[in-house]
Design a protein around this ligand. Sequence first.
Ligand code: AR6
Length: 178
Amino acid sequence: MKSREEIRNSISIEQGDITRLAVDCIVNAANRSLLGGGGVDGAIHRAAGPELLQECRTLHGCETGQAKMTKGYRLKAKYVIHTVGPVYSGKPADRELLAACYRNSLELAKQNGIHSIAFPAISTGVYGYPLSEAVPIAVKTVLDWMERNQNYTLAVTFSCFDERTAEIYKEVTGAEEV
Ligand code: AR6
């Protein structure tokens, strides 16, 4: 049985572009159409190439909080898990839906034998979720899942596009209460 401290230490925080990471799987903060968009979604589609959009068309969208997987095509990552974060409304449901994105992505990774995964800060761009609220939800949900799935080795990276985001992740993962 690992301590919370040991689990916390197995998470890494990387500043930069998620499409450059050499992990088994990267997570996309998509929209319900799964047909591409701006932000990290646009960056992933550009880096993966047009075959990604072709495969996404066969998935017929995705509900908020759910996750679906494709291949990674020209990315270093072999797979992409597409999840749809909530548009921030300030209501309690936001929290549940955001946590579901992380949980469902981790479950899908495990079901597919993936052993390393990188998440962007889902919903914190175009969808307007304040980082100060979204990051503790992301970190707690991932740590809780790792604690429940200790028999499965999965290295988790939080990919932060800018320095401010990386600082917030470092503060939150370093805090005793998460
Ligand atoms: N690598 C890592 N993180 C990134 C990258 C990147 N290359 N580019 C942006 N981010 P957003 P959302 C960060 O807006 O809020 C799209 O149009 C960004 O700084 O990409 O979930 C979809 O199609 C922010 O911290 O996703 C949807 O319509 C985080 O990724 C909608 O945006 C998420 O920002 C989803 O909005």
